[in-house]
Design a binder for this molecule. Structure first.
Ligand SMILES: [Zn+2]
Length: 381
């Protein structure tokens, strides 16, 4: 455990040279430095599609933008990040993160991951990025975290523990391999939105392909895998476990909960906007000589006004999503159906007759866990 376990972020050039020392024979494409990525022209015809529900037998899409499974992709188009259902800066940042972690084809990890790895990736702190002569770009302030979900990858080898992953079709002797880098799916959380980045898988026996967040496949996975997931995933819906916990804990109606979530998500957006404006102000104050020495950047800089931050739902900017009470109700019902057996068992066999009957309410039981925490389950009938 002597080598590079605790290496910290260093300038890209330095990292590259130290990498070449270790692996001189490996040829890999040199990524464009992160700072320059935004200079790249965006792909023509790149219009991020609006997130709408695709419910079979329901012709009219709902007005609110709710998370759903992105449209199916053609084989081979998987690495074309313009297909990802998120903003362009989110795509670029996620791709860069995956490259740095060696999770992108042709890239090796910049840092030795060892055991010090988190599946959560958080955006850089834009205020700390040195923007030498220009006003800051709002793009750095418009990123959401993402969670990497790649059960087939070496990243999760410890979890697989020599076991083989199941085939979605239930093939015997299944051999599950990666069939592309995957794609992100937006998730509503209690403190904002994030993306679940799931790999694309293929069974070598039946040639079937699917995404690792497929609800049918997740059902077949051992608990030790699915337990890691921060979200509850169904065929059509995806919701953070934190939202379900909060619904259960507070007993609030889905309407109240939807309002609470939307308020929080808009608050996050406003805060990001404010952070952007303050950073702009900081640059301009420096140039105005407020911090003793006048800088010369004002003579170099082209723009005199900060770029517009954009609206909440701006698909090229913050790309905020909406969640409806209807959506939450569906998720709650699914989750209850899913856990009904376990809850009934818990109420009946573990605590059995010890419950005092309360006829004034339908049934809402407080359940004490071994940790001493209380949790209430609303059980009808
Ligand atoms: Zn198969």
């Amino acid at each position: 455990m002597t080598e590079h376990t605790f290496s910290v972020v260093a300038p890209l050039t330095k990292l590259k040279s130290s990498q070449e020392d270790v692996l001189p024979a490996v040829k890999r494409p040199v990524p464009l430095p992160h700072e320059l990525r935004f200079l790249m022209p965006t792909t023509a015809g790149l219009q991020p599609t609006k997130t709408t529900l695709t419910v079979p037998g329901q012709p009219v899409p709902r007005p609110s933008r709710v998370p759903s499974i992105p449209p199916p992709q053609l084989p081979g188009s998987d690495q074309d990040i313009s297909q990802w259902n998120c903003s362009q800066q989110q795509r670029i940042w996620m791709k860069t993160e995956l490259e740095l972690m060696g999770l992108w084809p042709g890239f090796i990890p910049v840092r030795k991951l060892m055991k010090m790895v988190s599946l959560w990736r958080f955006p850089p702190q834009p205020e700390l990025i040195d923007s030498i002569s220009d006003l800051p770009s709002p793009k750095y302030f418009q990123l959401h975290p993402f969670f990497i979900w790649k059960p087939e990858n070496d990243l999760m080898a410890r979890l697989r523990n020599n076991d083989t992953l199941p085939c979605i079709e239930g093939c015997a002797q299944a051999q599950i391999v990666s069939a592309g880098v995957g794609r992100p799916r937006v998730i509503v959380g209690i403190t904002g939105q994030y993306y679940l980045f799931s790999s694309r898988l293929c069974c070598k026996v039946c040639r079937k392909r699917w995404y690792a967040d497929n609800a049918v496949w997740l059902e077949k996975l051992p608990k030790r895998f699915t337990n890691l997931l921060p979200a509850i995933l169904t065929y059509k819906k995806a919701i953070c476990k934190s939202v379900m916990d909060e619904l259960r804990r507070t007993g609030n109606s889905p309407t109240d909960m939807a309002k609470q979530i939307m308020e929080m998500m808009h608050l996050k957006y406003e805060r990001a906007h404010l952070a952007f404006l303050l950073t702009c102000q900081n640059v301009m104050d420096g140039e105005a000589g407020k911090y003793d020495l006048r800088t010369i950047t004002q003579f170099i800089r082209q723009e005199t006004k900060p770029a517009a931050f954009g609206e909440y739902g701006d698909s090229g900017g913050w790309n905020g999503i909406s969640v409806s009470a209807h959506y939450l109700t569906d998720c709650l019902l699914h989750e209850y159906q899913h856990q009904e057996g376990a809850i009934t068992k818990l109420l009946q066999s573990t605590f059995g007759q010890a419950f005092r009957s309360d006829h004034t309410r339908k049934v809402a039981r407080k359940v004490t866990f071994s940790s001493g925490t209380m949790s209430s389950y609303a059980v009808t009938g």
